[in-house]
Design a protein around this ligand. Structure first.
Ligand code: HEM
Length: 106
């Protein structure tokens, strides 16, 4: 590790640098009306969520990227079908087991 300068800022070796993802994903330089909830903005977009488009990183990027990124609800299952109530027992556990659908990335 060594001291570095990033965009004019001196970063001493061993400094913990935390990226402000909240601000990045609301940067008006990249996003039209960034504060507006407007999911349709993604409809005809080429943006990828896989950590290569650095202004759109809901699962982060790099080696600590979310490993659950490619999981989804099984076909035909709706969010309201996910039951989170517990069954009685010594330890609490989900009454209905969670189901996961994995999608290959490569
Ligand atoms: C829409 C759903 C999800 C979103 C937006 C999401 C987002 C994220 C983000 C941003 C991180 C990085 C956090 C950080 O380092 O500060 C992360 C990490 C992680 N996510 Fe997710 N996640 C989602 C679903 C899931 C699911 C379904 C699983 C597991 C079944 C999962 C497992 C993990 C784990 C284990 C990490 C830690 C990875 C590490 O630190 O190396 N996530 N997620």
């Amino acid at each position: 590790m060594k001291n570095v300068i990033v965009r004019g800022y001196d970063i001493p070796a061993k400094t913990m640098v935390i990226a402000n993802i909240w601000a990045i994903m609301r940067d008006p330089g990249f996003w039209k009306d960034p504060e507006v909830f407007w999911p349709e903005r993604f409809e005809d977009s080429d943006l990828q969520y896989k950590g290569h488009d650095f202004h759109y990183i809901p699962f982060l990027s790099g080696r600590r990227i979310c490993p659950g990124m490619n999981l989804a609800l099984p076909d035909g299952m709706k969010p309201e079908d996910v039951a989170s109530s517990e069954a009685i027992g010594l330890l609490f556990h989900l009454k209905t087991p969670l189901q996961l659908k994995a999608t290959p990335v490569f």
